[in-house]
Design a protein around this ligand. Sequence first.
Ligand code: NAD
Ligand code: WQD
Length: 332
Amino acid sequence: MSNVLLTGGAGYIGSHTAVALAAAGHRVVVYDNFSNSEPAAVQRLAQVVGAPVVTIEGDVRDTALLQRTLLEQKIDAVIHFAGLKAVGESVLKPIDYYANNVQGAISLLQAMQGAGCKTLVFSSSATVYGDPHYLPIDEAHPTRATSPYGRCKLHIEEILADVSVADPSWRLAALRYFNPVGAHPSGLIGENPNGIPNNLMPFVAQVAVGKLPQLNVFGNDYDTPDGTGVRDYIHVMDLAEGHLAALKFLMQHPGLHTFNLGTGRGYSVLEMIKAFEAASGKPVPYTVAPRRAGDIASCYASVEFSAQTLNWRATRSLKDMCESSWKFQQNI
Ligand code: NAD
Ligand code: WQD
């Protein structure tokens, strides 16, 4: 068993990863400033885990508090989820994004160095690949971010590479997530964005439950089988387990390692709508709207490197993704 600090642990992916870690016998400590989550999420997380979860309210840019937390909680490894994540907002507020995300990561590395804790898993994103040159996208695909959000991820990956060169005893993993969706089967935790959702699945769920009147499908003239965008949607519990696999791998392998976390299979927007209608038994009315600026036609992962190296593969189906998401949506 080890003690694992989850920055941003009250958020969507962090809370699900906390469940997976606890189920594997680890002790989790959540560190979050609740800028995009609420303390009640940790209460629900504790209900799922069946035990209280130590939670520190703090900002990752507070290096002193982080370092104290690492020492007091005897932290062996950190998973760094904390950050702002809305692509469109990052274009409007680049300074906020660089300050929160890049400065936050530097502060965390300083605190970890000060506390002598050198094992870190970082939440990166498939957005670092930009417009794909080929599919499926493997980890060797060139990187080219197209938004301040994506550039934050790339900058942080570069910082990790420099840290690893300077001190090869660090154990670092950058996990490039594709499109995380779904929720824990309990329906107690899930993705609950503030305001109108930016992402497809929470939007679809809110239409199905009657909170929003209809979905806008952003473009049906892409070069894809049905003309709508194709993405690699991965169940958040599969993603959560990928973190566990990465931590296990790092125990044996110092250095910086980069992995795709996806399923290797793409679904179109229309396929997602159909699957959600089947899972919920509710209609999801939609109209076709113009393409969304910055969107690409298709994006899905090559998962061979992760499968071979981490001995991990996503196993949950699209049906599981939609059913769990629907269960959570009905609870909130
Ligand atoms: P989320 O917003 O649900 O969770 C992030 C958490 O970090 C929130 O609880 C928020 O309050 C906290 N936080 C933000 N800034 C902080 C700060 N300065 N100090 C302390 N806490 C802070 O987001 P998520 O979907 O769980 O994403 C987690 C990570 O995964 C992010 O780094 C995100 O960029 C990355 N990611 C997400 C997706 C996705 O589609 N959800 C895809 C790829 C990568
Ligand atoms: C999926 C598909 C849209 C909403 C984003 C970030 C990426 C990563 C995951 C963080 C696309 C279509 C969407 C809607 C629609 N996040 N769509 N109507 O854009 O693949 O990825 O989230 O790292 O960086 O860019 O995900 O869920 O927004 O869109 O038709 O109301 O659904 O055009 O084809 P995306 P998404």
